[in-house]
Unconditional design. Structure first.
Length: 272
């Protein structure tokens, strides 16, 4: 598919975001940091009826920096995730494209429980998520683009099971989150961006949201495998975003194969 060929050149650019997403901690304690730098590629399905009543499908590429920070003796874990997403989708006729991009930042705080003789760790807590992005339709003359901006809070959970296989220490991890309450930007039905930003005509463009108007979810199943002197993380991610506000419908469904490298290290206070 011609949409897939465009994505390979973008992968190197997305990896450069890693310099802005390094897991550094200045708190003078023995923080244990687990950081995974990952690239994902897979299927994308996009509907934004502000731009088109038709669903577009294609391919997506995603960069993720996933950092967990823990302290010895503490029952709490903090998680920071940065994501850069780019997708290119086609209509059924193959004569029109929609390009979309997102930057996503999330912060989670979870309580930890150890089970099965410390082989399994279960975490549950809350997360806050900020998303900025765009959707651009290459065929539209009027209103060719749609801006995306939202802030959400909601529940999150994770479970990690450690085991030994082929004389190697491995683990599998399942992670889940969903938005419960939030706020987002949206034009109203039939309202142009010229009316909003040039004429200053506000029409319910900052919208409070609940799980009823944004029934969304994301989850991931991954495995950490040591190989060739590195620990590799590989698995599946599903990211399902839906909104229905101001008479407008939007959804973005992503199914991705994620591959990356995991590093674990400690940060301690060095006193002169």
């Amino acid at each position: 598919m011609r949409t897939c060929r465009r994505l390979y050149g973008i992968a190197a650019c997305l990896l450069m975001i890693a310099a802005c997403a390094r897991a550094e901690d200045t708190i003078p304690h023995r923080a244990v940091i687990t950081n995974a730098q990952m690239i994902g590629m897979g299927y994308s399905a996009l509907l934004d009826n502000y731009l088109s009543p038709e669903e577009y499908t294609g391919a997506e590429i995603r960069y993720m920096s996933h950092t967990t920070r823990e302290y010895p003796g503490s029952r709490w874990a903090r998680q920071v995730v940065f994501e850069g997403v780019f997708a290119t989708d086609e209509n059924r006729a193959g004569n029109t494209d929609e390009l979309s991009g997102l930057f996503d930042f999330s912060y989670a705080l979870r309580h930890k429980w150890r089970l099965m003789g410390n082989r399994m760790e279960v975490q549950a807590g809350g997360t806050a998520d900020v998303t900025l992005g765009f959707v651009y339709n290459t065929r539209n003359g009027n209103n060719p683009a749609q801006a995306k901006a939202s802030l959400n809070i909601g529940p999150t959970a994770a479970a990690t099971y450690a085991f030994r296989l082929f004389r190697r220490n491995m683990s599998v991890r399942y992670e889940w989150s969903m938005p419960l309450l939030g706020v987002m930007f949206s034009p109203n039905y039939g309202q142009s961006y010229y009316e909003i930003f040039s004429l200053g005509n506000y029409d319910h463009n900052v919208v409070p949201t609940t799980v009823a108007s944004t029934p969304s979810m994301r989850h991931a199943l991954t495995a950490d495998v040591p190989l060739w002197g590195l620990t590799w993380r590989v698995g599946y991610m599903g990211d399902y975003r839906q909104t229905r506000v101001n008479g407008l419908k939007y959804h973005s469904y992503s199914h991705l194969l994620m591959v990356g490298v995991v590093r674990k290290f400690k940060i301690t206070n060095i006193r002169p």
